[in-house]
Design a protein around this ligand. Structure first.
Ligand code: CP
Length: 304
């Protein structure tokens, strides 16, 4: 069974196919009638063991635009709260003839574990601090749309790199597609091995990263994944590493600003930057639907 568990195992040709298919679906989404029959009689369950706004809504909308039958599952209102295991939960749902599983979980590797035990196609919608493959695909799609391509582009990934599945999936994808990456942020939030392991540049100076890049992908400080704070205070984080209007205006070039959401306004990104002309944050969200339609369609193996 084909799955999308991460970007790590994809070839550049796989990524190209997904992005080109997403463009076709984006064209469809501009029409007055946005629904296509591609996944009629395919049943998909969205299993969210961890909170989400964008990813959950975006997958549900993608599935509905493709005419799939959609089930939504969130842990807090389920029998997981009574102690049922993830595997029992999924097997019970699959016994009702479900074809595909979209899954988010706080444990890294949860969808990989599931893929070894169930016959349905699995799409990883974020697993712990490991990967968030559809986010990286929609980020890549949005970078191509804003700048014309990925090859040779200079992308800065700024903020909490250590706890970010968005950073890891972006690093895998962008390096496979020929972009150059600099990660920037506080030393406590950037893994020491990242330069050697992934061939990215590292700087602890956000201004230097901004002066270098074409695109800045700014990430949230993930307090929920830190046992103890890895910096002194949110106020000091903003002063030292936040993207403020003053800082951006001091750079003598145009930079595209991205953020996967949810934003900590006034921490990693000031409101007048998040809502400013350089920002493509809401285009990223819009593109997420077309990208997820492409992923689900390609995994379903349906004919056109
Ligand atoms: N970008 C993202 O994954 O947002 P949600 O956590 O709201 O899905």
């Amino acid at each position: 069974t084909p799955h999308l568990l991460g970007i790590k195992d994809l070839l550049p040709t796989d990524i190209r196919l997904i992005l080109d298919t997403a463009q076709q679906f984006k064209d469809v989404l501009q029409r007055p009638v946005k629904k296509v029959p591609s996944l009629r009689d395919v049943t998909i369950v969205n299993l969210f063991f961890e909170n989400s706004t964008r990813t959950r809504i975006s997958f549900e909308l993608a599935e509905k635009r493709l005419s799939a039958d959609v089930l939504n599952f969130t842990t807090s209102s389920s029998s997981v709260a009574k102690g049922e295991t993830m595997l029992d939960t999924v097997n019970n749902i699959l016994s009702m003839k479900v074809d595909m599983v979209v899954m988010r979980h706080s444990a890294s590797g949860a969808p990989h574990f599931l893929a070894q035990h169930i016959p349905a196609a699995i799409v990883n919608a974020g697993d712990g601090i490991n990967e968030h493959p559809t986010q990286a695909l929609l980020d890549a799609f949005s970078i191509e749309e804003a700048t014309g391509g990925l090859q040779g582009k200079k992308i800065a990934i700024i903020g909490d790199i250590m706890h970010s599945r968005v950073a890891l999936s972006n690093i895998y994808l962008l390096t496979k597609m020929g972009a150059e990456i600099t990660v920037a942020g506080p030393p406590t939030l950037i893994p020491k091995f990242i330069k050697e392991a992934f061939g990215v540049n590292v700087t602890y100076n956000v201004k230097e990263a901004l002066e270098w890049c074409d695109v800045a992908n700014v990430l949230r400080i993930q307090l929920e994944r830190q046992n103890q704070p890895l910096f002194s205070s949110l106020r000091e984080y903003n002063l030292a590493f936040g993207i403020t209007r003053k800082l951006l205006d001091s750079i003598q070039k145009n930079i595209v600003i991205m953020h996967p959401g949810p934003i900590n306004r006034g921490v990693e990104l000031d409101s007048d930057v998040a809502d400013g002309n350089e920002s493509i944050i809401l285009q990223q969200v819009e593109n997420g639907v077309a990208v997820r339609m492409a992923v689900l369609y390609l995994l379903s193996n349906r004919e056109h």
